[in-house]
Design a protein around this ligand. Sequence first.
Ligand SMILES: [Zn+2]
Length: 430
Amino acid sequence: MRVHQAYRFALDPTPVQERALASHAGAARFAWNWGLAACKDRYQAEGRWWSGAELHRQWNAVKKTDPALAWWRENSKCVYQEAFRDLDRALREFVRSRTGARKGRRLGFPRFKKRGRCRDSFRFSTGVMRCSGRAVTLPRLGVIATHESTRKLARRLENGTARILSATVSRTAHRWHVSFTVEVDRNVCGRHAQPGSVVGVDLGVTTMLTAVDNHGTAIEITGPKALRAGLRKLARLSKAHLRTQRGSANRAKAAARLARHHARIANVRTDALHKATTHLATRYETVVIEDLNVTGMLANRRLARAVADQGFRTVRRMLDYKTGWNGGRLLVADRWFPSSKTCSGCGRQKPSLPLSERTYRCHTCGLVLGRDLNAAINLCQLAASGAESLNACGGDVRPGPAGQPPAKQEPGTATSAGQAGTADGQPSAA
Ligand SMILES: [Zn+2]
């Protein structure tokens, strides 16, 4: 099976290379802004804008004649072209979002990028892109040392099971990374190593992940200690940042410290989530999770940070492809499946259960169980019960509350918005 996979490596550029990286990022930003201005002009005059290919043609004509643009040669020509493609995609997505074809939060019109106020990033899709040992080779930039070994990808490139399609270079806090989009030939086993195994997974706010399998074994994965300690430090650093004077050198320093720490926490979290999801996907054929209204939960400020931290969306995405690689499947219980409110012992359903109640107490059968554990058992049993309210990442089996036809529910999509163009990701009563 051919899959697209990303391999991301932290770079250790020399000071000269770092300047070249910043220059390329600046070129990408310039091209985006140049293209956006051209599109806005045309839109005002003719009610339509330019495509990415049209922008690229115009740029190629202008860059040779306009002496003010003579600096373009300092950067790879690929970077400009990719920036126009990005702009093209952003404009299309904006239209799709406005007409309701795109699910999720409503997108705004693409905006101009400002140095220091946007993500520094650029992409190559042609030219020499390689990696070996602790170095990568990129068009125009040449060989750049990496902070970590590239062995995982290099081995695949050597034995011909991978092909690099593009390379995106970006800066997070003070570190540059390259992310290769790679077409990988994966050996996907048609059958899972543990046929018939099922696990229900509850994504928690306090514990990162609680799972119960069909033998009743509970797996609890709390976020790593580094993450919890990191969050305390994050609070301290953001307070320090707020206490500095706006526009001062100290504020810039505090902002850099905060950004570096943010990046570190994100790394620790992603690492923990990868480990947890790999563990589940390799051991269980069927993984059942809940469909959570992530946008709705993020709108709830009290929960916002905790939810964002646990990365619900990330977990779902990871489980989706990892179960596929292992010959298993991911099932998503629809959003109205009452996994938390139902008693896993007798099946009785409580009318409501406030989030603050961390223990489930059943008044009918007397069951007392951790809230997350109870929910995970319900999800696991749902798969075994024939699953009338499950969907396999496709359309809902059950119609929504307003009797709408089954439709694919991306996390964070308002179902109450029936008409096209009004899907605005409003938080449902959570
Ligand atoms: Zn009960």
